[in-house]
Design a binder for this molecule. Sequence first.
Ligand code: HEM
Length: 397
Amino acid sequence: MDAEILNLLRDPAGVPFYPVVFQGLYILTWALHALFVFLSLGTMGLSLYGGLRQKNDNNWKILTAHLLQTGKISVSLLIVLGVAPLLFTQVIYDPNWYTINTLSGLWVVIFIYCLLVGYSMYYWYYYANKKQSSTSSFIGLISFLLLVFCGLIMHVFSVQVIQPDKWMQWYAPNGVVDTSGTNFHIENIRYIFFIFLSIPVVGLFLQNYSDFLQSNKNFDEKFITYTRNLGTKIAIFGLILSLVLFVLWTFSIDKLTDILSIVIYISFIALILLAKNLKNSYIITLIFLVLLLLISGFREYIRYNIMNNIGYDIYSYPLNIEWASITMFVLTFVSLGGVGVTFIASMAWKVGKNNGYFDASKDKAVTTMANMLLWILSIWCIVYFAWGFYTLFKNSL
Ligand code: HEM
C-alpha cells in the first residue's frame, strides 16, 4: 500500500507535542494496561480452580476469596489504563486506528457489550462465591471467557492495524464493497503469548502476596509458606511457557534473531532464575515490569517498522506545539495522578500491614495526602471548567 493516502488522512491540526513523546507514553501505558490484564485474567483463572478446592482445603478458601477480590479491582484498572494507550494511538497512528474501527465496526460494538456483561458477571461471581453458591464456578467461568474474548477482540484490532497492505482486500473483497464491519483476523501465536503471560503474573503476585502477609498476625506461617511455594511454581512454569511462546512468535514474524528479541529472551531467562532463587519477591516483580516494558516496546517496534517501510513515518507528523494543553496534562499527571495514586496505594498498604484494621484519621502522612488531594481536585475542577469555557467562547464573544 502507498502511504500517500494515509498521510493525507492525518489530523491537519498536527500533533500538540513531539511524536516520540507520544510513542514513549504509548509504550509505558500499554505495559500498565497489560499488567492489569494479566493480573485480572491470572487471578480470575486461578480462583476458578480454587473454587473447586476450597470446600476441603482451608488454604484455598482464604486464597480464592483474595484472588477474586484482586481480579475484581484489576479489571477496573485495566479498563482505566486501557484508555491511555488508546488515546496515544489515536494521536500518532490515527489513520490506522480509524480504518480498523470501520473495517471491524461491529466488533467494536460487540467489545463494549462483552466487557459490560463480562465484568457485571464478575460481580455476580464474587457475591455467589461469598455465599458459597453451587453455581458460582459456572458464573465465574462465563465471565472469564467473556473477558478473554474481549482480549481477543483487542488483539484483532492490534494486528489488523499493522497490515495496511490487506485493508483494501478486506474492504472490498473481489472488488465488492463489504460494509458489514465484521472483519476478524487473528494471529494465533501472538494472542496466545499475550493471554498466557497471565500465568507468570499470577505466580509473581502470589509471591508478593505471601511476602506482604508475613508481618500480618491473622495469617499463619503454614498458609504463607504454602502460597509462596505455589507462587514460585506457577511463576517458573509460566515464565518458561511464555519464553517458548515468545520464541515461536518471533520465529513466525521473522524476528527470531533481532536484537530486541534477544534482549527479551535473556530477560525471561534471568527472571526464571530469580523467581527460583531470590528471596525478595518485590525485586522480581520490578524486573518483570522492565520485561513488560520491553515487550510493549517490541510491539511498537514492529508497528513502527511496518508503517515506516511503506512511507508513514510518525516522526514527520506535522507538529503544532500547544504549550497550554501540555502544561495542563503534565500538571494533572503529576499533581492529581501522583498524589492520588500514592494516597490510595499507601492506604491499601497500611490496611494490610495493620492486621486488617487501620485508622486513617490517626495516620499523619495519609491524612495530609487526603487533604492535599481534596484541595488539588477542587482546584483542578475549577481550572478545568474555567479554561474550557474560556476556550469555547473566546472566539464567539
Ligand atoms: C477484559 C478486557 C480486556 C482485555 C482482556 C484486553 C487485552 C488486551 C490484549 C491482550 C492486547 C494486546 C493485543 C495484541 O497486541 O495482540 C490489548 C491491546 C490493547 N488494549 Fe486491551 N484489553 C481489554 C480491555 C481494554 C479496554 C477496555 C481498553 C480501552 C479502554 C483497551 C485498550 C487497549 C489498547 C489501546 C490496546 C493496544 C491496541 C494497539 O496497539 O493497536 N483494552 N488488550
